[in-house]
Every structure is written in C-alpha cells, then in structure tokens.
Design a binder for this molecule. Structure first.
Ligand code: ZN
Length: 240
C-alpha cells in the first residue's frame, strides 16, 4: 500500500477509460495508488448512440446519463474522476482547461500517465486528448509556467489501446497482466449501459492480449491483459 503514489488517466469521453484502461486503473487502485481520471467530455454526440435512439431524448439528459455511468464505473474501479465538459464533436479545450490540467499535474505528481493514441481516424477527439495531455505535461514541467505547485518531474506516458489499433498506428509495446482485477473491469464495463455492445468485445480483446502476454513471457497464469504503447524511452540500468 503506497498512498503517496498516483496514476493520472486522461480520457476524451465518458467511457474511454473503462474499455481501454479499466484493468490498469483497478490494478493500481488495489495497490494503494491514488488514481485520478480527467474526463474531458461526456461523449454526448459521438459515443451515445443508444441513448439518442430513445424518443424525446435531450442533450442535457444524455450528458447527465453519461456522467452518472462514468462516475459509477470510476467508483467500481477505485478511482476519482473530474469532468471538464469540453464539448464533443468537436472536443474544444479552452485556455482554462489547459491551465486546470497543468494544475492537476503539479498537484498530483503522478508516477505515470495514461491517455489516447496520437492518431485515430474514427474519432478526432481522441488524438486531441492525447495532444492536450502531452502539452500540459510539458507545461507543468516548466518552472516558468505561471501555475501554482511544484514543477512536474518526468512521469512516463502510456497510450492505451484504441478501438481499431492498426488504423491508429498503435503498437502494443507493454502487455499489462490484469488477470487479478479482470472481474472488476468487467463490472465497470457493465455499468456503461449506453454501450452494451462493447462489453463482450473488450472481454475478448483482454483474453487475446492475455494469450499474447503468455507467449511473450512464459507466464501461463496470465489470462487477461491490456496493451499500452510508450511515448518516451524507458530509462533503465539494465536490459531485460
Ligand atoms: Zn472516445
């Protein structure tokens, strides 16, 4: 248990962090890390199809519903969540969003950061979130940037797996064993009722990445995994 360590997750939409990093979040939360999710938008236009099919649906109702689902999922995973409501289709961070994110980095001093891939031809809000994350991380590192708090060190950044990885130039460089927390991830996925069609899809993906994790490590006890790509080089004192 190490409550002084933390993990920061930047999610473009209300559910992205659940499908793509729910295992990592649950794993670190169980290890005693403070896990904080910054959710930039509710995904009210692009990722709420099922809600919009209901007669009489309104924008406010979609946002309220997505927020409630997202809060429930974060709670199941053991994380805190902050919503920015930056809009959706397009996601438009303001100067205030940038400033607030720098403050988050400085306040949290995360041990590592998770966010989206830099390319996604199916949803341009995802690369927008990734760029914003990298940009505010760099600002938080600059002693001269006008924000409160201690300047940030150099937490590694990991990109989580997009829905169609080949189209997003995503390479699975790290396979994280999420077997001990997979049931928690599944429970969080099932709390996202607007996207029920993804529950099984992401269960199968975790199983497939688990099989690949066994192939790459020889650790036969691994059943489920999540894939990540590094942004910056790993710094080590030995190879392997
Ligand atoms: Zn999304």
């Amino acid at each position: 248990m190490d409550s002084s360590k933390s993990l920061l997750v930047v999610s473009a939409h209300a559910a992205d962090f659940v499908w793509r990093a729910g295992g990592a979040i649950a794993l670190y939360a169980q290890r005693g890390y403070r896990v904080r999710i910054l959710c930039l938008s509710y995904g009210e236009h692009g990722e709420s199809e099922r809600l919009w099919r209901q007669p009489g649906m309104t924008l406010d109702c979609v946002k309220t519903s997505r927020r409630a689902e997202s809060e429930r999922a974060a709670g199941i995973l053991g994380a805190e969540i902050r919503f920015f409501d930056c809009g959706d289709y397009p996601l438009r961070p303001t100067d205030q969003t940038v400033h607030d994110m720098v403050a988050e980095f400085r306040d949290l001093q995360p041990a590592c950061v998770l966010t989206h891939s830099f390319a996604d031809p199916y949803n341009f809000d995802h690369p927008e979130a990734a760029n914003l994350t990298l940009r505010t991380r760099v600002y938080a590192q600059a002693a001269g940037y006008p924000a409160d708090g201690k300047k940030l060190g150099a937490p590694p950044v990991f990109l989580f797996e997009p829905h169609q990885p080949e189209q997003c130039d995503f390479k699975p460089q790290v396979l994280l064993d999420i077997t001990p927390v997979f049931e928690v991830k599944r429970q969080a996925m099932e709390s996202m009722e607007a996207q029920e069609h993804l529950w099984e899809y992401y269960t199968e993906l975790a199983r497939r990445r688990g099989t690949q994790a066994v192939r790459n490590s020889g650790r036969k006890e691994i059943k489920y995994a999540e894939a990540f790509q590094r942004v910056y080089p790993q710094v080590a004192t030995e190879l392997g």
